[in-house]
Design a protein around this ligand. Structure first.
Ligand SMILES: [Zn+2]
Length: 284
């Protein structure tokens, strides 16, 4: 069943069934409304009952004009409902970062958003903040007056967010987390799961988790060079067979970062490795 949570007056989280990664089975869309005008952030739903829930929510907040959908990024579990939405609201504008424009270019009324661009909904200001890392054109949406950040997949309501090659980049991700840490935030709302009311703790936690994973990979290579498969068994022993591709792509993102810092080197001829500690760091 879809559900609704009001984060602050005029900003609502709609939890809608989606095809997403475990542990989640829903994605959040957000309605930002003021003075009868509304915008949605993300459209990660697949069925008509979610669309009906959105319509009923608009009615209950007396929103007569739904003017746009702002995308955090273009992964399917954040934009699968765009078709349904544009058939129900043919004039609705769509906003996306330029780095992911091509993923959604078949949609009508498409606009590009850049870092720091501000949009108005009634009297509310929404600021787009470029936060790549999970995907190359990831945007978070900041309401400075309300102290709300809609952070898409930069943070997760529980567990950690997925950062995998080829789209993910850990250096970008850590920079994006730092960018959010500098904002005045009261409520941090992730793309999946419940709103977070201790935003700085959560951001620090997301950051430390990623740094710990980097260290875990580096440590795993102290004894001897390992292939990607061997690393997976050490770093992600709990990952089921069906998700090994995801685990491998996140390992490749971690390895990319360690290689960029000259901590790890690639000995093989393809991504299967093996990988070894860089000679300079071996004695550490
Ligand atoms: Zn995503």
């Amino acid at each position: 069943m879809p559900s609704l949570e009001t984060l602050v007056p005029g900003v609502h989280r709609l939890e809608l069934a989606s095809y997403t990664l475990p542990p989640f089975e829903t994605s959040n869309s957000f309605l930002i409304e003021d003075a009868g005008v509304g915008v949605l952030v993300d459209a990660g739903f697949y069925d008509a009952s979610s669309l009906n829930f959105i319509k009923a929510t608009l009615e209950s907040f007396k929103v007569s004009f739904l003017k746009a959908v702002l995308l955090t990024h273009t992964h399917n579990d954040h934009c699968e409902g765009l078709d349904l939405l544009q058939s129900a609201y043919p004039e609705i504008a769509l906003y996306v970062h330029g780095n992911e424009y091509h993923q959604v270019e078949h949609f009508k009324c498409l606009n590009i958003l850049a870092d720091d661009r501000k949009l108005m909904v009634g009297n509310k200001i929404i600021q787009a903040i470029f936060t790549p890392g999970h995907s190359p054109g990831h945007l978070s949406y900041y309401l400075p007056e309300e102290g709300v950040v809609l952070a898409g997949d930069l943070v997760a309501g529980k567990g950690s967010t997925w950062i995998g090659k080829p789209e993910g980049n850990i250096k970008d991700y850590l920079k994006s987390i730092d960018k959010l840490r500098k904002l005045k935030i009261k409520v941090l709302a992730p793309g999946h799961g419940e709103a977070i009311h201790n935003p700085y703790n959560k951001l620090n936690e997301m950051r430390s988790h990623r740094l710990a994973r980097l260290e875990q990979v580096r440590k795993a290579l102290t004894e001897k060079p390992l292939s990607l498969g061997q690393l997976r068994q050490l770093v992600y022993p709990e990952v089921p067979e069906t998700l090994t591709i995801m685990a491998d792509s996140s390992l490749l993102a971690l390895l990319e970062n360690l290689m960029a810092d000259f901590q790890v080197m690639h000995l093989g001829s393809d991504e299967a490795g093996p990988y070894a500690l860089h000679s300079k760091t071996k004695t550490n």
